[in-house]
Design a protein around this ligand. Structure first.
Ligand SMILES: CSCCC(=O)/C(O)=C/O
Ligand code: FE2
Ligand code: NI
Length: 374
């Protein structure tokens, strides 16, 4: 299908700026490294209003290494094995009704890379959308592990306890096992560190398929707030998991459907999307909508319709900027304090099939060109 013009006021759009509405709301922006003072409105179903485009020439970011499974590593040209591979594996599930504790591989097996799971780097070659973070830690020394300490400090995980899933240790074992396997979400991250045993965390992907994440001793995972998931023991029937939380823990599960919860809705956000090719465009968007396509180093104001939220945690994942991104902005004289004040966040997931990693801030920045403001 030919692209639909994004800008429909004069001056006319550059050939690089296009939007199409092939599937729901698709925004696709591509642009050379020029400065373009435009007003724009997207006419393809996203109520997107845009004022004052500015494009800047920026150098490309360095590419990350060490993603997930061998095929990804080969594609990335990296030789090193990801240490997580020994304790975390993820695959698409079959749809058989057999015992939930069985692996439920498809035939042929379809593994899921760490890249797809976490999307924690801004220059991943392909966009990943689940926002599931993972680490491999030293489970024999969790009390003194500096890596765990740093993760807890960086992410504010002040609370910690243990959940041992076996009939002897877990009160109301049968009922809990059943409840864990009901598809549900939480309004906060679910952070679990497997210090003994093993188990399966199943998460829904953007197309509603179940991805089974097998965690073994040493695996720590973070399921983002609002993601539909469930948990089951595997056939070894035992796990001891450290549970972490920011502040006082809330473990409430909201069984599906619970799509109206704020955890699945971003009421308003500023979007900054990073382009590996090195440019950014600033947009102010009103009305919400799913962002799809290649919005590279783009910023947008999204004023979501609260009755009918279309920007949700399901397709946008937020986390604080990592060191690589902080460095990126520092090189451009934008300090960490400025970024924090403007709630600039790193997106670790989303629905856009071709979307590069994005950054978001929330409830701020009404000016033309958020980077200008920063
Ligand atoms: C291994 S921790 C028990 C499972 C759990 O806490 C949970 O919330 C599953 O979704
Ligand atoms: Fe849960
Ligand atoms: Ni839970």
């Amino acid at each position: 299908m030919p692209p639909t013009p994004l800008l429909h006021r004069s001056p006319p759009p550059p050939p690089c700026l296009v939007a199409s509405n092939t599937w729901l709301n698709l925004l696709s922006l591509e642009c050379p490294n020029t400065c373009l003072p435009y007003s724009a409105e997207l006419v393809s179903g996203i109520p997107l209003k845009s004022n004052g485009f500015r494009c800047f020439s920026l150098p490309p970011l360095s590419k990350p290494t060490g993603f997930g499974r061998a095929s990804e590593r080969e594609r990335m040209g990296s030789e090193s094995k990801d240490p997580r591979e020994e304790v975390i594996q993820a695959w698409y599930m079959d749809d058989s009704d057999a015992d939930q504790r069985l692996p439920h591989h498809r035939d042929p097996q379809e593994f899921v890379s760490f890249e797809k799971l976490d999307a924690s780097k801004i220059v991943a070659l392909s966009f990943s959308e689940l926002g599931v973070l993972s680490w491999r830690l030293d489970a024999d020394n969790y009390e003194t592990d500096p890596k765990l300490k740093k993760i807890r400090e960086d992410r504010g995980y002040s609370y910690m306890d243990f959940c041992e899933v076996c009939p002897e240790k877990l009160p109301n074992y049968e009922e809990k096992i059943k409840n864990f396997y009901e598809e549900h979400l939480h309004t906060d991250e679910e952070i679990r560190y497997c210090v003994a045993g093993s188990g399966y965390f199943d998460v829904r992907d953007r197309d509603e398929a179940w991805i089974r994440i097998w965690v073994k001793k040493g695996a720590m995972i973070v399921l983002p707030a609002g993601i539909y998931h469930r948990f089951t023991l595997d056939s070894d029937n035992y796990i001891k998991a450290m549970r972490l939380f920011v502040g006082d823990p809330v473990w409430t599960p909201f069984n599906r459907p619970h799509d109206h919860l704020p955890a699945r809705t971003l009421p308003m956000s500023v979007l900054l999307s990073v382009n590996v090719d090195g440019f950014f465009i600033c947009i102010s968007a009103k009305g919400g909508g799913r962002f799809r396509g290649r919005c590279r180093f783009t910023s947008a104001k999204v004023d979501n319709d609260k009755e009918n939220p279309r920007v949700s945690r399901e397709n946008l994942r937020l986390e604080p900027l990592d060191d690589e991104l902080l460095g990126y902005f520092a090189e451009r004289m934008i300090s960490k304090e400025t970024l924090q004040r403007n709630n600039v966040m790193q997106v670790v997931g989303g629905k856009g099939r071709n979307t590069e990693e994005m950054l978001y801030g929330i409830d701020d920045t009404q000016v033309e060109g958020e980077i200008d403001k920063l």
